[in-house]
Design a protein around this ligand. Structure first.
Ligand SMILES: [Zn+2]
Length: 107
């Protein structure tokens, strides 16, 4: 039994990722609130308002991706590559918690 646990998805790893994703959602929601405040507020300089308007849909899309990752965790599907069905490397998931593709299939 010399199987290396390195880079393998464990229950603990998934729990860790879940906490990380929840934190990222919380932060993204705060960003979204801030952006919407900028958009609404007529006192905000115009460039800042335009910038916020461009950022808003990106932030919404980001929250959506994070939520989908949480759903995959719930259905025990987190970390499976949509391309080849193999486990995605944990170091890749750490860097990109919402990714659905392994390094090979992402190319
Ligand atoms: Zn793959």
């Amino acid at each position: 039994m010399s199987e290396t646990k390195e880079n393998k998805i464990t229950v603990d790893f998934v729990i860790e990722q879940k906490a990380k994703i929840e934190k990222l959602i919380k932060r993204a929601k705060m960003d979204l609130e801030f952006l919407r405040e900028n958009i609404k507020n007529i006192e905000t300089p115009i460039e800042r308002r335009t910038e916020s308007q461009q950022e808003e849909p990106k932030t919404i899309a980001k929250i959506e991706l994070l939520r989908k990752a949480l759903v995959r965790i719930e259905y025990n599907n987190y970390g499976k590559c949509r391309g080849c069905g193999e486990e995605i490397q944990t170091n890749r998931l750490k860097a990109l918690p919402t990714t659905e593709h392994c390094t090979k299939c992402a190319k």
